[in-house]
Design a protein around this ligand. Sequence first.
Ligand code: GDP
Ligand code: CA
Length: 342
Amino acid sequence: MTAAPALRNLTVLSGGMGGARFLQGLLHGIAAETLPGVAPDAHVTVIANNCDDWWIHGLKVCPDLDTVMYTLGDGIDLERGWGRRAETWSAKEELAAYGVEPTWFGLGDRDIATHLVRTQMLDAGFPLSKVTEALCRRWLAPTYGDSLTLLPMTDDRVETHVAVADDTSPSGRRVVHFQEYWVRLHAEVPAEQVVFVGLDQSTPAPGVVEAIAGSDLVILPPSNPVVSVGTILGVDGIRDAVRSTSAQVVGLSPIVGDTHVRGMAQQMLTSIGVEVSAAGVGLNYGARSAGGVLDGWLIDERDAAQVARLEAAGITAAAVPLMMTDHDATAAMAAAAIDLVR
Ligand code: GDP
Ligand code: CA
């Protein structure tokens, strides 16, 4: 029996926290050589969601790109799960003292330096993908060299907005940026509609389609299926690339036991009318054989009864423990996902 060819190029479509945590486990597994068929010198391309991005105080903020970059570059504040470790908040306090709104969105002093560099480069005419490359020279290159590439999904301006109920508005609703829905409203008001501004006009950033087409495996980590992975796949060129790549495409469910593990996936799925379950999310992505994006879908052992529904729809499925409690547990999840479609 000959061994299956080694997987050398892996592509991950990532949101922020869930995606970054998964990537930590994946990279840990590659280094420890515990992933079946994955070459020890495998290259990982991360395509990150940009729809959380917004402009604030004149600065361009890219939450998911930065969460991935800081997490893998060991600069993240582990407790908050976003922003820089050993952060101070002088600028935020000074802005508040001037009465500058919004006061609910925290930009730490260290983090502001990242946003200043990004905004200056954008002002100078560099596309976001070039800016990201420059920022990653500090955060990722020293540790990972050429073996890890972080790309924004698009260089175009795209933003998720959420329509929420608001009695004080004549229309009874108000549209807020995703950041306001999440950070200020804590996703506690019903989301009546989610709107992805600019997404249908957007094109993939340079390198994105090439990475997917040249991949040996494409992975959808347990990131938000609507406002993270959903938006990445909402770029037509990316969805087409995922549908047509010769690589297998495998995902891991962010829904466990019929709710999200953290975040607001449940609210987002409800607002777009998708069943909040591991199978619901997998079936919404759909089987590649039926026009969707998945070959395999890994779900939590608690949801094992849903495997049959997925398989009936043409998606190879299995149930294993899916809690990212530490790097070893997460690497084991990555190994199981790879095994599912190998
Ligand atoms: P993002 O979508 O990656 O930007 O980050 P969020 O933190 O908003 O969402 C992460 C998603 O991953 C949520 O839908 C969570 O339910 C899911 N998630 C977080 N931690 C875990 C975990 O340990 N296991 C699984 N299966 N899903 C998780
Ligand atoms: Ca996010």
